[in-house]
Design a protein. Structure first.
Length: 85
């Protein structure tokens, strides 16, 4: 069973993998929950998820909407709550 929210795909059978794409090298790959970090700040600008591109090593940061936050936290991604935005 697969649930798709925007560009993110979670496979509910087996390990949770999140589809991600790198804006630098345009690579597309699947990341396990421990490869992602979610930061929740006071505003949308400080609420984002980040990961390191396995292809080029670039640090990628993308805005996280409510559905993405739900998906990532549900998938066991480490969440950091940022005080003061
Ligand atoms: Zn890359």
């Amino acid at each position: 069973m697969t649930t798709t929210v925007g560009a993110m795909t979670t496979t509910l059978t087996g390990p949770v993998l999140f589809k991600a794409a790198c804006p630098d090298c345009r690579g597309s790959f699947e990341l396990a929950s421990d490869a992602l970090r979610l930061a929740i700040g006071a505003t949308r600008r400080t609420t984002f998820y980040s990961f390191t591109c396995p292809d080029c090593g670039s640090a990628v940061r993308k805005p996280a909407g409510e559905r993405i936050i739900e998906l990532l936290t549900g998938g066991g991604v480490r969440t950091l709550r940022v005080q003061g935005g």
